[in-house]
Design a protein around this ligand. Structure first.
Ligand code: 5GP
Length: 113
């Protein structure tokens, strides 16, 4: 199967502004930021989308969320932030590699569009 865009970023075949990395996850700035801070936190394991994760991914998903919170603190989002995972067409997913959007740095509207 061909590699997704995000697998190419993990492999450093495509450049990205990486803000955090460990053995399990990578966090990098979104190329089209929707807020002053817009970071994507992704597992290195190629899970297509959150609804396709399996029970064996439980620890990895927990780790991903913990790291998203840690990155938010690291980037100084003390007034709050939002985490978003888009699943499928109606969810607005465009890259089939699980990613958690970390958005902050301005007040965010609710409900989303
Ligand atoms: P989705 O729409 O699937 O939830 O989110 C995919 C995100 O990936 C979008 O916010 C889009 O701007 C971002 N993106 C697409 N291509 C690239 C790229 O080449 N580099 C980076 N850093 N982000 C990208």
């Amino acid at each position: 199967m061909s590699q997704t865009l995000f697998e190419k970023i993990i492999a450093r075949q495509i450049p990205a502004d990486i803000v955090y990395e460990d053995e399990q996850v990578l966090a990098f700035r979104d190329i089209h930021p929707q807020a002053p801070v817009h970071v994507l936190v992704i597992p290195k394991k190629p899970i297509a989308r959150v609804g396709d994760a399996e029970a064996s991914d439980q620890a990895l998903l927990g780790h991903l969320l913990l790291k998203a919170g840690e990155v938010a603190r690291m980037l100084g989002l003390k007034d709050g932030f939002r985490l978003v995972m888009n699943h499928g067409q109606h969810g607005g997913e465009t890259v089939p590699h699980l990613h958690c959007h970390l958005l902050g740095g301005r007040p965010l509207q609710w409900p989303p569009g």
